[in-house]
Design a protein around this ligand. Sequence first.
Ligand SMILES: [Zn+2]
Length: 139
Amino acid sequence: MHEVDMTKCLVLSMQEWRQQHDPVTPQVQTVHLQVGTFTCVEPDQLVTTWRAAVRGSWLDGAELAIETVPLVGRCVLCNGTYSPDPQQAYRSPCCNQPMEEIVSGRELRIRSVDYRLPEPASPSATTAPQAPLATAAAV
Ligand SMILES: [Zn+2]
């Protein structure tokens, strides 16, 4: 279950992201994902797994918006980019070279997050830029 592992990674990334807002828990509406076609992740299955994983957690109700990124290879001979075809063993159609460089198609990343904070953060002294610390004079 590839998607289950992917979902675990996503939830972990979101927990790290949440810490930026500590101690407030953001209310996440949509997580925008970029998923490369070469990651072998089924977007529909990922959504299903995600919904099950976040149910009852602070991410409950957050939806995934998945943008698929096509697989693009670069030909080692002529440096051109092409759409590798599994039927051609991913070889470049221009020079019939094996796929050695992948330009895109392997990404699984969070592009952006739509969220609301439960209450507007009140300005406080801790967010104000701090004066540089005076350096101690040489002894
Ligand atoms: Zn080529």
